[in-house]
Design a protein around this ligand. Structure first.
Ligand code: HEG
Length: 147
């Protein structure tokens, strides 16, 4: 069971309250696909993704980036029970999509970089600590139903 301080809760809620899903979601996912090209294998349905330019301008990828970010809303609203909140999403990624769970961490890292770039000076070490703790819990919950 993960414990959250009031300050951590305030930081996480504050980031999400000001988050531009349509900007950050696509930026994080496209960065993940470009930096770690093996993650492209799950996006066959997206069409041609054979260059950074193609990835950055792909509408399917952009829409999926927004969808992933909205998936995080559920974790924010259920911070005290992220594991159960993500049980079925974890099963989906494991059994249906066959996404290697190592990739959750890679996407989370890209999300941190994009968030840091967006927040600038406001992304202090203390904010980063809470943010990364939150993403680690998400990654662990999503990896939970793998066997
Ligand atoms: Mg996943 C579907 C969330 C990492 C590949 N992902 C989804 C969906 C959500 C989601 C909410 C829609 C589920 C549904 O339709 O019911 N994904 C999500 C989160 C994270 C994550 C919160 C990690 C932070 N996903 C992830 C990674 C990959 C991936 C790392 C591959 C590298 N997701 C993936 C694919 C689909 C989803 C291929 C199905 C796409 C589709 O339906 O078109």
């Amino acid at each position: 069971m993960v414990e959250w301080t009031e300050k951590e809760r305030a930081i996480i809620n504050g980031i999400f309250a000001n988050l531009d899903y349509e900007d950050i979601g696509p930026k994080a996912l496209t960065r993940c696909l470009i930096v770690y090209p093996w993650t492209l294998r799950y996006f066959g349905a997206a069409g041609k993704l054979d260059s950074a330019e193609a990835i950055l301008s792909n509408k399917y990828v952009a829409a999926h980036g927004i969808k992933v970010l909205h998936g995080l809303d559920r974790a924010v609203k259920n911070m005290d029970d992220i594991r159960n909140t993500y049980a079925s999403l974890s099963v989906l990624h494991s059994e249906k999509l066959h996404v290697d769970p190592d990739n959750f961490r890679l996407l989370a890292d890209c999300l941190s970089i994009v968030t840091a770039a967006k927040l600038g000076k406001a992304f202090t070490a203390e904010v980063q600590a809470a943010w990364q703790k939150f993403l680690s819990v998400v990654v662990s919950a999503l990896s939970r139903q793998y066997h």
